[in-house]
Write a protein that binds this ligand. Structure first.
Ligand code: NDP
Ligand code: GDR
Length: 342
């Protein structure tokens, strides 16, 4: 029988790539959605007609229990979150509820529906396997470089703090109940489906607009921050590998290479034959109250235990995103309406 997966956050960037990946591997894929009226649901349906949908919200414990009871998944991937870091200062409590407490609610739904009532269950085989989307934002003000699974956390935003709660809670349910519950500590990963507010997509869309004469400038914040950027399609493969592993363990997933936002900007403008210095405007209002200056993964454990390797370089990724956005805008697509998805 086909394995059955339930994905929260299926309407987001990673949800779409993960659903695609699992469908190709023969899974029956279910997505938890907050409501059918969401244009992101129609966009997902256009892309992946085979996905089944179940209603639920990470803010609502009962809805998660009902969804798990209905779907009876073999695997749950908890990707749902408020994931835009600046928003987490503006809506700190909501971020804590969705990105942090949402993990508790999902783990409880699985625990209750699996009949795990007291301390450690003897046999984790046959249980619902759980993946938590942890983040390199937990490293925040980094204590060492590169960052691995043993690097201490020092989150720098309400988002990072909420993710750290979800991370430790996942570990705690594994230790308390013997659940097959793991966290992937994923570094930034991008694609032509990335939300328009994140810096890579903001830059690729900005370059496309300037190239097509639709805009003259692009306003950006801190150009000196360094990130380890990879391709989202590669990272969802790692999620599945973690749940297929013999034992539940956490993994760092990243490329091991780091670039400044300035280097990203240079690469994106030059991919379109443009000079970034003629168009980029520094806007101090886009700086964050507390910044994460440097992230760089040490993905050795994932390479040796899971055989995971990234396949797309930073330069290829940036060029691919710029090309995709030039095509999207030339064809009359509207990224703000999220009507199109490559
Ligand atoms: P997106 O922001 O693209 O997607 C977020 C998803 O969460 C959407 O599907 C959204 O649904 C859903 N969501 C928001 N609020 C709720 C709620 N109350 N109940 C249920 N679902 C909700 O994120 P990504 O795809 O980029 O990231 C996936 C996960 O991985 C996130 O948890 C993110 O924090 C984490 N992560 C991402 C990294 C990255 O570089 N992309 C790196 C490390 C971690 P809706 O359409 O209804 O709004
Ligand atoms: P991040 O991604 O905060 O790392 O979180 P984002 O792309 O928003 O920022 C990356 C870096 O770019 C700098 N920056 C700008 N960022 C945005 N969004 N807009 C700008 O105009 C701009 N100018 C400079 C930022 O200051 C920052 O240093 C992402 C999310 O997907 C999280 O959910 C995930 O957990 C982490 O990646 C890993």
């Amino acid at each position: 029988m086909a394995r059955r997966a339930l994905i929260t956050g299926i309407t987001g960037q990673d949800g779409s790539y993960l659903a695609e990946h699992l469908l190709a591997a023969g899974y029956e894929v279910w997505g938890l959605v907050r409501g059918q009226a969401n244009p992101r649901v129609s966009r997902l349906r256009r892309l992946l007609g085979d996905v089944r949908l179940v209603r639920g919200d990470l803010l609502d414990q009962g809805s998660l229990i009902s969804a798990v009871e209905r779907v009876r998944p073999d695997e749950v991937y908890n990707l749902g979150a408020i994931s835009f870091v600046p928003m987490s200062w503006e809506q700190a409590e909501l971020t804590a509820e969705v990105t942090g407490m949402g993990v508790l609610r999902m783990l409880e739904a699985i625990r209750v529906c699996s009949g795990v009532s007291s301390s450690r269950t003897a046999d984790p085989s046959g249980q619902i396997r759980f993946y938590q989307a942890s983040s390199s934002e937990m490293f925040g003000q980094v204590r060492e470089t590169p960052q691995n699974e043993r690097t201490p956390f020092h989150p720098r935003s309400p988002y990072g703090v909420a993710k750290t709660y979800g991370h430790f809670l996942t570990q705690n349910y594994r230790e308390s109940y013997g659940m097959f519950a793991v966290s992937g500590i994923l570094f930034n990963h991008e694609s032509p489906r990335r939300g328009a507010e994140f810096v890579t997509r903001k830059v690729s869309l900005g370059v496309a607009r300037i190239k097509l004469g639709l805009a003259g400038e692009l306003r950006l914040g801190n150009l000196e921050a360094r990130r380890d950027w990879g391709y989202a399609g590669d990272y969802v493969r790692a999620m599945r590998l973690m749940l297929a592993a013999g034992a539940p363990e956490d993994y760092v997933i990243g490329t091991g290479r780091t670039h400044t936002v300035r280097e990203l900007v240079e690469a994106a403008f030059s991919a379109a034959g443009l000079d970034w210095e003629r168009h980029v405007v520094r806007d101090p209002s886009l700086h964050r109250p507390a910044e994460v200056d440097l992230l760089c993964a040490d993905p050795k454990k994932a390479r040796s235990h899971l055989g995971w390797e990234p396949s797309v370089s930073f330069e290829e990724l940036v060029a691919q995103m710029v090309e995709s956005d030039i095509r999207l805008l030339s064809d009359g697509g509207d990224p703000d309406q999220e009507s199109s998805w490559p």
